[in-house]
Design a protein around this ligand. Structure first.
Ligand code: GDP
Length: 298
């Protein structure tokens, strides 16, 4: 299964090493805590988050006596750490089209993820359309249009360098007139500076609200897992610029840095909604913390 094989790759640096560690288990001591720290850092959990996890491990790990319970214990600590209980479910508009903005830097996988979401929601029986509002990256409009044609959904597009907001406006009108359930908006990923980014994203929301007052219903930040801790600092800029509601973490198939999920949670306080596990439209999985933790430790 693609999901597991995707996670298995991140497991090489995490689960396999935890197991090796567990084989030589001789109780909680500084050496073990240090080894756990190294494993977390190599999985790109980041120093700040890794320290918190190691502290939790030390505090509560005194009861650990053997290999099996250590593995279970690590899972329970990471599960509590992720703390999904208070997550809002995805907000769907009960009263018209659900507008989803895709944001993120160029190359993160926004356009590919938009295609994946089209397929995902179409398969759920929803009527989907896509807005090609990334009018600044050469090729982005053509790229999403090709996917829209293949997946047989409408694509609302602008001309090169057209104001992305005006394309969003056209898309929202189209969605209202054509009883669209889900409108995926592939936005531009220019990140010259925070002020411009904020202006652009605010304008996109404002024009969407002229057509559908409750829009956008979700704003998903697409992050490339292979960029690790750098991706987190970029993400913080987007969070300051707009009301991001969730994360899509792409390229999880090509990385041993799966631990970045824990850093995202710790530093950005947002739910991870989907994982990207390849370049094709079917390579998308809803994120599930249990499956994720089983994937890295089993
Ligand atoms: P955008 O600039 O953010 O729209 O990024 P694209 O969607 O064009 O993606 C950039 C590159 O990353 C492309 O070559 C995609 O095929 C690739 N890509 C996107 N998502 C994934 C993923 O989950 N796994 C892998 N292996 N490649 C991906």
């Amino acid at each position: 299964d693609k999901y597991l094989s995707g996670l298995n790759r991140s497991k090489k640096s995490f689960g396999d090493r935890i197991r090796v560690l567990s084989n030589n288990f001789h109780g909680i001591d500084d050496e073990l805590l240090e080894e756990i720290m190294v494993i977390l850092l190599e999985s790109d959990v980041g120093i700040h988050t890794a320290q918190k996890i190691v502290d939790a491990f030390e505090q509560r790990g005194k009861e650990i006596k053997n290999y099996d319970s250590m593995e279970d214990y690590l899972i329970s600590i990471l599960y509590d750490f992720y703390d999904e209980q208070n997550d809002e479910p995805i907000q769907f508009n009960s009263d018209g089209p659900t507008i989803i903005f895709m944001v993120g830097v160029n190359g993160s996988g926004k356009t590919t993820t938009s295609a994946k979401l089209i397929k995902n929601y179409k398969e759920e029986g929803k009527k989907v359309a896509v807005v090609a509002a990334d009018t600044f990256r050469a090729g982005a409009v053509d790229q999403i249009e090709v996917w829209a044609n293949r997946l047989d959904v409408a694509c609302i597009k602008g001309k090169p360098n057209q104001d992305p907001s005006s394309v969003i406006m056209d898309g929202c009108k189209y969605a209202m007139e054509n009883q669209i359930d889900i409108l995926i908006c592939d936005t531009a990923g220019r990140l010259q500076n925070k002020t411009n980014l904020m202006k652009e994203l605010t304008k996109m929301s404002r024009v969407a609200q002229k057509v559908i007052p409750s829009a956008p219903h979700e704003v998903w930040l697409v992050m490339d897992a292979t960029t690790g801790q750098n991706g987190i600092s970029q993400a913080q800029l987007f969070l300051e610029a707009t009301n991001v509601t969730g994360i899509v973490l792409t390229k999880m198939d090509g990385t041993a840095k799966g631990g970045v999920v824990l850093a995202i949670r710790d530093l950005l306080h947002l739910p991870v909604r989907f994982l990207g596990l390849g370049e094709k439209p079917e390579d998308l999985k809803p994120f599930d913390i249990n499956a994720y933790l089983m994937g890295i430790t089993k």
